[in-house]
Write a protein that binds this ligand. Sequence first.
Ligand code: PGA
Length: 247
Amino acid sequence: MRRKLAAGNWKMNGLVDDLREIKALTDAHPDPDVDLLICAPATLIAQMAWARGTHALQIGGQTCHADRSGAHTGDISAPMLRDAGASHVIVGHSERRADHGETDADVAAQAAAAHGAGLVAVICIGETLDQREAGDALSVVTSQLTGSLPASATAANTVIAYEPVWAIGTGKVPTTDQIGEVHGTLRAVLRDLMKQASSVRVLYGGSVKASNAGEIFAVPDVDGALVGGASLTAADFSPIITALENA
Ligand code: PGA
């Protein structure tokens, strides 16, 4: 059995005042039936860890450098995230791949660094609209997953997030058939790549909202969601968590 995971990605949003949303979220879900994770901007991780108190909410970073330390001005290492209170880190988000030129090999190195620091790596993959329209979605995600998964990956330290680039922040969502087809393919690829493949959680991400969460969570092999915009407030994220609990 894979425990479901509702993960928020705050991206470059959030000031100290916004930690009130964490209080509201943990108050609304004191004992959730699913795992809860917020991937916060690095500046908020330590304070978020304090704000959650004894709640089971998990906290993650949004990227990490492949090295443990060194002369990399502005970068953040996996041990630093762990030290600040994170248990997870997103790697290979399409915004990192696009804005910072990160390749599958970079992502695999970052995920390995996360594992080395005792963090769970949330490895993101997903096709662009051009790739989908060309009929290449399945081959693109297969190649991204194969290239981005380090040898250190286990079911305990790795989560995969399928996030079609064209669905992120656009309000466009693939059909449930399209989501099911990709998730089924990813599960089969995982079986070829690692032991315990059937225990790895595979999330869907891209314009998940309260209004579409229920039907997305009903798709076989969808183990939860990585939610951007709708994770920023407790009012928006809470019904998505409830939909996952009821799935
Ligand atoms: P979105 O972002 O929910 O705002 O589309 C998802 C993501 O990029 O992780």
